[in-house]
Design a protein around this ligand. Structure first.
Ligand code: PEP
Ligand code: MN
Length: 263
């Protein structure tokens, strides 16, 4: 179903008037985790000022260590909704449990399925029953074929509004947290008709090379970029080292919009 051979035209996914996968690109920005109203409001205000329409924020956090912050759960989804409504933004948040898909529909606009759950087939099937779009992240060590098969699980279960996001894969390289596989962008665009985005933050785990990586993604045909932004990254409860503060995000955004690659 997701194959370009099956459908030659791009799938365009409209989220509250924001079209993803068409002629224009989308920026998705926000904190790694939802932490408080104040944190979200500060980010939301900066996004609105920049004309950015989609805010991210994790409420259910699949952390490598069980002792790390696990997210605010349903409370976090409620906070996202309240702040998004206040600032006129759309939201995306990760769902990790099949039983929470219906709940997600009440509070958020896009369901994120994280890298660690790319092959959680029961979750994929349940996301296939959702009435809202799904952003599927590439697994930590998933081939593109496995990634496309995972998307197919969602589509065949009834939800054709699927977006793919390259977020870096695990290699021997240590200067970046993951290795951004830029070739995934043209290949996924070629093999599927789905929107393809690039998460430059998790791909690199760094703050200093986001602009060239975002430009490369856009030049390769990406339909959008995801970036983590936090009002005070040093105190962030997750991914403190890689989140941009608001002035750093404003600088990145200026670089992206002035590059001519983001329409
Ligand atoms: C995230 O986007 O917050 C996240 C956990 O990313 P990934 O699933 O790509 O590691
Ligand atoms: Mn993160």
């Amino acid at each position: 179903l997701v194959s370009r051979k099956k459908q030659p035209e791009n799938t365009v996914i409209a989220v509250n008037g924001t079209r993803i996968g068409g002629e224009t690109q989308v920026m998705i920005a926000g904190p790694c985790s939802v932490e408080s109203y104040e944190q979200l409001q500060t980010v939301a205000s900066a996004l609105r000022k920049a004309g950015i329409k989609v805010m991210r924020g994790g409420a259910f956090k699949p952390r490598t260590s069980p002792y790390d912050f696990q997210g605010l759960g349903i409370e976090g989804l409620k906070m996202l909704k309240e702040v998004a409504d206040e600032f006129g933004l759309s939201t995306i948040s990760e769902i990790v449990h099949p039983a929470h898909i219906e709940l997600a529909e009440q509070y958020i606009d896009i369901i994120q399925i994280g890298a660690r759950n790319m092959q959680n087939f029961e979750l994929l099937k349940e996301a296939g029953k959702a009435r809202i779009p799904v952003l599927l992240k590439r697994g930590l060590a998933a081939t593109l074929e496995e990634f496309v098969h995972a998307a197919e699980y969602i589509a065949v279960s009834g939800n054709s509004r699927v977006m793919l996001i390259e977020r870096g894969i695990r290699t021997y390289e240590k200067w970046t947290r993951n290795t951004l596989d830029i070739s995934a962008v043209p290949l996924l665009k070629q093999e599927t008709h789905l929107p393809v985005l690039v998460d430059v933050t998790h791909s690199t785990g760094r703050k200093d090379i986001l602009l060239p990586c975002a430009k490369a993604a856009l030049a390769a045909g990406a339909d959008g970029i995801m970036v983590e932004v936090h009002p005070d990254p040093q105190t962030a409860l997750s991914d403190a080292a890689q989140q941009l503060d608001i002035p750093q995000f404003a600088e990145l955004w200026e670089g992206i919009t002035s590059s001519g690659l983001f329409k």
